[in-house]
Design a protein around this ligand. Sequence first.
Ligand SMILES: [Zn+2]
Length: 227
Amino acid sequence: MKPHRLVLLGPPASGKGTQGQLMAEAWHLPITSTGEILRRESTLGTPLGLETDRYTSLGQLVPDEVVIASIADWLDANADAGFILDGTPRTLGQATALDALLEKRGTPLTDAIFLDVPPAVIEDRVRLRLMCARCGRTFRLGWQVQEKTAACPQCGGTLERRKDDDPTTLAERMSAYAEKTAPLVQFYDARGLLRRIAADQAVEKVFAQIAAALGRAEAEKEAAPRP
Ligand SMILES: [Zn+2]
């Protein structure tokens, strides 16, 4: 298989975190997100981290060039054999800068996976979503866990509602997404990279669609040992 160099796009609660983890595990790809990259620079106290702290302490957005420089650091350390960027880039500015950065490295994106979920479904999902305070995995109430007070099925940690998931915050995140991130769908479509996935389905069906879109499904069938 040629290496996959992927961005994973989609509105809040479209399943990026879950699908990203599945893809990373199945295909041995390093995965990260803007938040994770910026937190790492900040924890390590790098010059970029100090700059990031300066903006966040003022409650301001970290500028695109700082985000992209941090991504460049991460790629240098992790991305020799492909990568997944989960929910990154978030703006057209970041997408354009990321394109230029990857072009310079000789490692252009191979696919932009768009998890397409209607807004009404998202509201429902968020209302029923619980996150593990220990391992960060999310679960759906009434489906993967039966009670609000259940322990994490993966690690036994405490499940709680994410702060981002209260209705006011969700409305803000949805409008920020519509304004800043939704235009990326067209951006990647114009470059022939967009793989639109109908993500309003069970986790394993969504994953199967992604595998098919990346040409993995056939490849894996052929590679599987014959009886
Ligand atoms: Zn857990």
